[in-house]
Each structure stands twice: as C-alpha cells, then as structure tokens.
Design a protein around this ligand. Structure first.
Ligand code: TUI
Length: 330
C-alpha cells in the first residue's frame, strides 16, 4: 500500500522511521506486545503501555515485541504510576527507541532519556504544556482532546490541536475522536502531522483486551461515555456503567478525592483483563460509536489511509458537499 500524499515528507514518519503517521494509543492494561507489534509491523507506531506495571512486565512485553518485529515502537510511560522510576530506567537499559508520556510532566526523566537516544513524545492537554515540553527538548507532542478515553484534559481536539500547532515548532500529533480517514484528515487540517488512535485499535484482532470489553465497545453509541472525577481534578472518560453511576454518587455526596481514587483502583484491570465491564473502568473515547467490527491492525491502518487519500484527492470532499463549491464575493 502506498500513500504518497502522506509519507513522502511527513515529519512524523520522518522522525519515527515509520510508513504511516499513525500512533497507536498507549492504553493502560491493554496495549501489550501483541497489539503494538501488529501496529508497528503494519507501518504505524505500536505502543506498549506500562501503565501501573513494574519493570518485569514491561521488559517481558518489550522482549516479545522485538521477537515479533524489528520495526520502531514506543513505550508509554504513565507518570502517575507508583512504579514510574523503575519503568523510566528501562528506557536506557533496553534502548527503547521512542517514549510517549501521559498524565503528567516528564521533566525529571527527559535528560536521561534523551542521553540514551530515545525520541520523546509527551501527551499534552494545553498550549502551556506543549510549550513547556518543547523547551524541555521533546521531539513532538501528542495534543490529546477530551474526546479521548481515559485520563483527559479540558479542551476538545478541535480547539486544542490548532492552538498547539501554532504555539510550537515541533510536530504535533492530534488525538481524541480520531478513528478513521476523516478524523485523520481533520487533524491534518487543524495543523497536526499525524494522529494517535486508541479506541479504533481496541477492535484489532491482535488486541488482547477481554472479549466483553470489545463487545461493550461495539455496542457503545456516541453518547454512551461519561467523564468521572472532574470535581476532584482527575477527569477520566469511561463507558457509562454501574461503576460510572457509583462515581456519580460520589459527585452528589461531595466526596473527597480519596474516595474517587479508591473506587477507581484496579477498575481498569477488572474491565480489560477480567471482563467486568459493569464494575470496571471501560476506557473508550467518544468516537466509539464508529467502531463496529474486529479487523487486523493492518486492515485498520490500510482503511484509514485509503479513506484519507480519497478525501485529500477531493473526490469524497466533493461528494460530501453535494458537488457544490463554496463561492465568495469579492
Ligand atoms: O494518560 C492518558 N490517559 C490515561 S492514563 C490512564 S491509567 C490511570 N491510572 C491511574 C490514574 C490515572 C490514570 C487512563 N487513561 N492520556 C494522556 C494524557 N495526559 N491526557 C492528559 C494528560 C496530561 C495531563 C496533565 C498531560 C500532562 C499533564 O500535565 C500535568 C503537569 O504536571 O504539568
């Protein structure tokens, strides 16, 4: 599959040495060697999520990925993890080529990672964070809108991406609500040079998340996610379920932050690995309603790129707009 419009001089492809400017989301308890290797092998950037795991788990996933592919990949370091120091140390030890960070400021690890030759791509949720990351020496940023599943900031992708793109010189990767070629074209129109995609890759054949989680994703409609924890500055987008209603009750009772933390503890694992999609956290984005079937990671990427190409070669643009150009009076 060739995609000349995208990959000939795309800054994200050039930076990462990949064919298509698509990063797979580093989804906690989900993005393992199986999914990441499949995405990297298909020409995107596969991402192993360390989430709250320790160094042993991460080393093993990196080993498995390297047995399956020799293509570039990333490690997603979740900065709120109690094990973040030992995971951060693995970057140099295992010569991890790319580090994506989430849920915090990676400043205290940046020098060590850069010295080890890693490419650093922090996830940001505001212009101020993006500028700070550029000053820190980040090679690119993921500008993640609140359409995303999981831990989120306040701005939508539509508002965040163009403001970040204007504020920094490094490449911007748009995230939040991107699941197909239209979404990819949209974030390009907003000034991004690539997209990070989570929810769509949950549906990959190679995604080892529990089948109940995939079924819940396929059933989900546009309005089926909610944001929990906003009141205590720990906003998380999850599927509406028994757990989300318990979070609602905490809001109603003006409960302290510790009660939110206790309710969320282990809930991601319960949903993703044990299949408890009622009492666990089903982290999916607002675009879930678009994701209806299981496909290989390769098919997902191919479909997205073909649709993108159709849009930018303007055939579909014309169809969508009824074949009528918008004229301006001078
Ligand atoms: O990190 C995510 N999404 C996630 S992480 C997760 S697992 C989890 N476990 C325990 C507690 C909380 C979450 C589920 N989903 N996305 C990337 C992301 N990063 N979104 C927003 C941010 C972010 C927020 C604040 C990035 C930087 C930041 O800066 C804070 C600072 O200190 O400057």
């Amino acid at each position: 599959m060739t995609a000349p419009e995208l990959n000939a001089s795309n800054p994200v492809c050039g930076l990462l040495g990949i064919a298509y400017p698509i990063l797979q989301g580093g989804m906690a308890n989900i993005s393992d060697a199986s999914l990441a290797a499949a995405v990297s092998e298909a020409g995107g950037l596969g991402v192993i999520a360390a989430a709250n795991a320790g160094a042993d788990y991460v080393s093993e996933e990196v080993r498995k990925l390297r047995l399956a592919t020799d293509k570039p990949f990333a490690l997603n370091v979740m900065l709120l993890s109690p094990n973040v120091d030992e995971v951060a140390a693995l970057v140099a030890e295992l010569r991890i080529p790319v580090v994506v960070t989430g849920a915090g400021n990676p400043a205290r690890y940046a020098d060590a990672w850069k010295s080890a030759g890693a490419i650093l791509i922090p996830v940001v949720a505001s212009v101020a964070q993006a500028k700070m990351m550029e000053r820190l020496g980040a090679d690119a940023v993921v500008a993640e809108g609140c359409e995303s599943g999981g831990h989120i900031g306040k701005l939508t992708t539509m508002a965040l991406v163009p403001q970040v793109a204007d504020a920094v010189k490094i490449p911007v990767i748009g995230a939040g609500g991107v699941a197909d070629g239209r979404g990819l074209a949209a974030v390009f129109a907003l000034g991004a040079a690539g997209a990070q995609i989570g929810t769509r890759f949950l549906a990959a054949l190679e995604c080892t998340v529990h089948e109940n989680y995939k079924k819940a994703l396929f059933k989900a409609k546009d309005i089926d996610t909610v944001v929990t924890g906003q009141r205590v500055n720990n906003a998380c987008r999850i599927l509406k379920n028994d757990l989300s209603r318990r979070f609602d009750a905490l809001d109603a009772a003006n409960a302290p932050a510790e009660e939110y933390e206790a309710l969320g503890k282990g809930a991601g694992y319960a949903a993703a690995r044990l299949g408890d999609v009622q009492n666990g956290s089903v982290f999916i984005g607002q675009i879930a309603g678009l994701v209806k079937k299981e496909q290989s990671a390769e098919e997902i990427i191919r479909e997205i790129i073909l649709e993108y190409n159709e849009i930018v070669s303007s055939r579909l643009c014309i169809n969508l707009r009824g074949g009528v150009k918008i004229s301006i009076s001078t």
